[in-house]
Design a protein around this ligand. Structure first.
Ligand SMILES: [Cu+2]
Length: 128
């Protein structure tokens, strides 16, 4: 009967789905200040691209060095709304979870990154 078949499929899925989730949770927790581990970049950020994550009401990492003309990605990974405010100018607007903002500095220098909503959120990007 069709119903039996459906139940079997559902049961098989229930058995297989949790395994990758459990495997992904196996690592130790990361406090954010711990040395960066090799983790996948936030969704939408190309592998290896310089990026800053907005998570735990922090920018992660808080220091980043890039070359002039190199694209920097900012990703909001949590439900709190953040901004990417660079040297006092809100360039991103409100960023919600999953939003990406791209910024390509043209000029070498040191740029202060802040969030309009969370004064404790600070990062510095050095452009060489
Ligand atoms: Cu914020």
């Amino acid at each position: 009967m069709k119903r039996t078949w459906l139940i079997r499929v559902a049961f098989a899925l229930a058995l297989t789905l949790p395994l990758p989730v459990l495997a992904a949770c196996g690592g130790s927790s990361n406090d954010g200040d711990a040395p960066a581990k090799t983790v996948a970049p936030p969704q939408g950020v190309p592998a290896g691209a310089p990026h800053i994550d907005q998570d735990d009401l922090k920018f992660k990492p808080t220091k980043l060095s890039v070359a002039a003309g190199e694209k920097v990605y900012f990703a909001n990974s949590e439900t709190a709304i953040h901004t990417v405010t660079i040297d006092g100018k809100n360039l991103s607007g409100n960023m919600r979870k999953g939003d990406l903002f791209e910024w390509t500095p043209a000029t070498a220098g040191e740029y202060k990154i802040t969030c309009d909503f969370h004064p404790q959120m600070k990062a510095t990007i050095t452009v060489n």
